[in-house]
Design a protein around this ligand. Sequence first.
Ligand SMILES: O=C(O)CCC(=O)C(=O)O
Length: 284
Amino acid sequence: MANKLTIALLQLPVGADVAFNVRRAVDSVRKLKAENPKLQLAILPESFNAPYGQEHFPKFAEQVPEGPTCQSLSQLARELGIYIIGGSIVEREGTKLYNTCTVWAPNGSLIGRHRKIHLFTMSIEPANAGGVQFDEAAVLTAGSELTVVEIGQQKVGIGICHDKRFEELARIYRTMGCSMLVYPSAFCICQGPMHWELLQRARATDNQVFVVTCSPARDNMSGYVAYGHSMVVNPWAQVQREAGEGCEFIVEEIDFDMVEQVRRQIPIFKQRRTDVYAKARLDS
Ligand SMILES: O=C(O)CCC(=O)C(=O)O
């Protein structure tokens, strides 16, 4: 039992009314806990409290942890006695804005604050699956800290969406002892079909960890159409659970014995030739 964790992914719709979005998230977690008493960790999507988009960020920014969204998550974690990985919100500190994921312990205390390290900057031409133009860096400041939290007996590495593209970050989390990586995310419908599952399975196979993503529900009428497909990938790099596109909640038991099994049977971490890599780095 100690090596198991029951988690929920809440693929929620997100509209323009922040108070309503937060209330819906809180009510949904409460209902899931009532239906699944074993639930230990709830995970929310990137930008779960407000619409995602450069034009929206300054308007919806809040302080961490004093702001109303954080206070609601803290109270909810304490009320239900569960961990919460609070997707992300736009955080304001002084004149700077960050895309920030907060992590809450069952006693309501803040145990992690991850500021997105790799800001989403991309210009895909329309000829490629409809294209996408996005430049978070025009409005947001990048975080500069790694975030590893202890959830039950497990070390969990946190990233936000675009962070999932960077294998170095996942590798460092693995070397720090993580058995699960969680990325609240909001890929759009352009690159989602190409890269969403591929990246998640790649990080899992490279590092022999569980990789979990949680997306907002798809809304074809919104300015930024999220891909959906919130997902649990296991350390064999198999898709263990996957949501569809709309509003959907997944409750899944994670068995961390699988991490040790995969690492024993395919011992790539021990086979790494860091001596060769170090030499190549010195030579280049
Ligand atoms: O990396 C990508 O393709 C999408 C990233 C993204 O949507 C985000 O970081 O919010």
